[in-house]
Design a protein around this ligand. Structure first.
Ligand code: FES
Ligand code: FES
Length: 145
């Protein structure tokens, strides 16, 4: 399957019905994408496909053909959201964090708290109580505007 992964053209061999989550972690070695529930409920496996946040546990690899896929590794460790999650302690166990950050990365600039809550509604966190996550996203938003 040929697709664009974190800005680079790649050609990855895997069964077309294998979960994109597993292809990313196993064939591509990108273990930043996490598995929580494995059934589309938690958002831990969120990646961006053609700019939209998607649960990669629900995506057969065939759907990546020709697409642009971004994982947490694609943000390079320098994205303002990554710094703000550290500053605000928006991550504890960290399982939800890559998906949270990718879902937050596509929120519109200047998003309100309510818009942030709605934008992250598909991403569950068992540790933080969400307040620190929302603070981190708001802090990153303020750097964009
Ligand atoms: S692991 Fe994909 S939504 Fe939970
Ligand atoms: S930091 Fe543990 S699930 Fe969110």
């Amino acid at each position: 399957m040929r697709f664009t992964l974190n800005g680079s053209a790649v050609d990855v061999a895997a069964h077309p019905m294998k979960r994109l989550l597993d292809v990313l972690r196993q064939e591509c070695g990108l273990t930043g994408t996490k598995e929580g529930c494995g059934e589309g409920e938690c958002g831990a496996c969120t990646v961006l496909i053609d700019g939209a946040p998607v649960c990669s546990c629900l995506v057969p690899f065939a759907q990546a053909d020709g697409a642009t896929v971004v994982t947490i590794e694609g943000l390079g460790g320098t994205h303002p959201l990554q710094q703000c999650f550290m500053d605000e302690v928006g991550a504890q166990c960290g399982i939800c964090t890559p998906g949270m950050i990718l879902a937050a990365a596509v929120l519109p600039a200047g998003a309100s708290l309510e818009e942030i809550r709605i934008g992250l509604a598909g991403n569950l966190c068992r540790c933080t109580g969400y307040s620190a996550i929302y603070r981190a996203v708001q802090a990153a938003q303020s750097r964009r505007t």
